[in-house]
Ligand binder design. Structure first.
Ligand code: NI
Length: 135
């Protein structure tokens, strides 16, 4: 098994709050991230595909093809967007790095037809990221 990674960056706004909680509780849990009009991040996304090397091409998956899949099904829906309002696959979710990585996984898992989706990593800052590898 060999693993190939495509890295993408996108800029987006979000607000972390849970509409089922009181204002005080949201402030306590999410603090600055609960800012009413949101705040932005320059996110880094890493998508890892695992598989065997195709002897015809030498690739697991052509990374140009993976790039296009990520662009069409993820980047177009998140780059320069407000994740709470604009991104269909995050509707009803608190847009944490955790929920973003799970959402991106389900955007991609059926689209990758060479190799298998192995992991989706979403860096919200240089130091903080979430990684989803499926259930
Ligand atoms: Ni944030």
């Amino acid at each position: 098994m060999i693993y190939v990674t495509r890295r993408e960056v996108f800029s987006a706004a979000h607000r972390l709050f849970n509409p089922e909680l009181s204002e005080a509780e949201n402030d306590l849990i999410f603090d600055k991230c609960n800012n009413i009009n949101g705040h932005g991040h320059n996110y880094v996304l890493e998508v890892v595909v695992a598989g065997e090397i195709n002897p015809k091409t030498g690739y697991v998956i052509d990374l140009k093809k993976l790039k296009k899949i990520i662009k069409d099904f993820v980047i177009s829906k998140v780059d320069h967007k407000h994740l709470n309002f604009d991104t269909d696959f995050l509707k009803g979710k608190i847009p944490t790095a955790e929920n973003i990585s799970v959402g991106i996984w389900y955007q991609l898992v059926d689209k990758i037809d060479e190799g298998k989706l192995y992991s989706v990593k979403v860096f919200e800052t240089e130091n903080n990221y979430a990684e989803y590898k499926g259930e």
